[in-house]
Design a protein around this ligand. Structure first.
Ligand code: GN1
Ligand code: MG
Length: 386
């Protein structure tokens, strides 16, 4: 970012005179993030992508009202949410030269994981996302502004892909033919969840829509989740998208950036751990939701792969890249993951139904569940697993 703009932004905050360092932070593909250290504490500074989000005041209002609601559900309000710092004019964002910036309090003694092979961590992650969902179940959806219309409308994503394909030269299509054909061949995934939404077969809930492992802050010592980040895409939606997207990301043995396809495998034990955590905390799932939990990660891998491939064919205008064919490689990565999930799908279904039954049994057996001190205690998990 232009140094003058950065200086103006920082001067709009009360901590401007105390800054000791500023470094780039995180791996977001949409917003730009910095860690600002000052004599009195650390802050997260973000430049919000205003090409994508076209009404930032309304987006910020979503984040404020969701954060306030989540605070009513948890006593430790400095570590259970990411608090927004207002600028000197008491505004939650600063606008400089048509660009928008916001600042969050940094949560001390915390960590964000890009990947994790630890079953306990992933079980707690599942619990945290289920808990987030449950905590928002009494939030009035009509108060939310839709920041990106049709964000997880996979049928629309498929149509966008076909429209971009139609604009390609013959040689571009031939060059990428194998992957393009795979996405066309698996078109059935594009309407699977969308049909349930359109036929009102699943409830509309307040959902996060970007449930990646790296959007959760963990306590550094206890390794338990503290807060869920990146509320830009909190909108009315279906929990199938959140459940599926979280699994698509955290159960890939490799990262989303892996280009060596043989390393991309779906880890069924991590999946089991996530299911146990999620189903344990999000207890009011409907039967239709339960029936579609197992298929949802396949739909989400298909959707994201399609988005990466569409963006690649369209000149990489959406997802930030470090090298020219990165979005093509990311699409290949998601396709490989999807193919591996297809091979394990029967087992994925069985794990969901076994987990649901196990929780129903343990609910019947113990009417006196242990008190949950903080949302993610180990005590609660060992009670569930034993
Ligand atoms: C984008 O920037 P980040 O990492 O928070 C994208 C998600 C994708 C993700 C893939 C608003 O999220 O939908 O799943 O990249 N966010 C938006 O890594 O498009
Ligand atoms: Mg995001």
């Amino acid at each position: 970012m232009n140094i003058n703009t950065m200086a103006k932004v920082l001067h709009s905050y009360n901590f401007a005179n105390e800054i000791t360092s500023i470094q780039k932070y995180g791996y977001g593909r949409i917003n730009k993030t910095w860690l600002v250290e000052t004599a009195s504490g650390k802050f997260i500074l973000q430049k919000i992508n205003s090409e994508l989000f076209n009404n930032i005041p309304k987006l910020m209002n979503n984040i404020i009202i969701i954060t306030e609601h989540l605070k009513t559900k948890n006593q430790n309000t400095s570590r259970s949410v990411l608090n927004i710092i207002n600028n000197k004019h008491n505004k939650p964002f600063t606008k400089i030269d048509c660009e928008y910036f916001r600042v969050y309090e940094y949560i001390d003694n915390s960590i964000c994981y890009q990947t994790s092979k630890n079953y306990d961590t992933i079980k707690k992650l599942g619990f945290a996302f289920g808990d987030f969902q449950k905590n928002l179940s009494d939030f009035d959806q009509s108060k939310l502004y839709t920041t990106i219309p049709n964000f997880h409308n996979t049928s629309k994503r498929y149509n966008d892909f076909i429209n971009v394909l139609n604009k390609q030269s013959k040689s571009a299509i031939l060059k990428n033919k194998a992957l393009i054909l795979k996405f066309i061949d698996k078109k059935k995934y594009s309407s699977l969840i969308q049909n349930l939404i359109e036929r009102n077969e699943i409830p509309k809930r307040v959902t996060h829509n970007d449930t990646k492992l790296n959007n959760v802050i963990f306590d550094y010592d206890s390794k338990t989740p503290l807060a869920i980040l990146d509320l830009d895409t909190v909108m009315p939606g279906t929990l199938l998208h959140d459940f599926g997207d979280a699994i698509r990301y955290c159960c890939n043995e490799a990262s989303e950036e892996e280009t060596e396809l043989s390393k991309i495998k779906f880890d069924i034990d991590l999946y089991k751990a996530f299911c146990e955590g999620y189903i344990c905390s999000m207890t009011d799932l409907t039967q239709t939701e339960i029936n579609h939990l197992a298929i949802s990660p396949l739909v989400m891998a298909y959707e994201l792969g399609l988005r990466f491939l569409t963006d690649y064919l369209n000149g990489n205008k959406y997802f930030a890249i470090d090298y020219e064919c990165q979005n093509f490689k990311r699409a290949q990565n998601q396709m490989k993951l999807l193919e591996d999930m297809e091979n394990k799908y029967m087992l994925m279904q069985k794990i969901v139904s076994d987990t649901v039954n196990k929780i129903k049994c343990s609910d019947k057996m113990s009417h006196n569940k242990p008190e949950v001190e903080n949302n993610f205690t180990d005590k609660y998990f060992s009670d569930f697993t034993n």
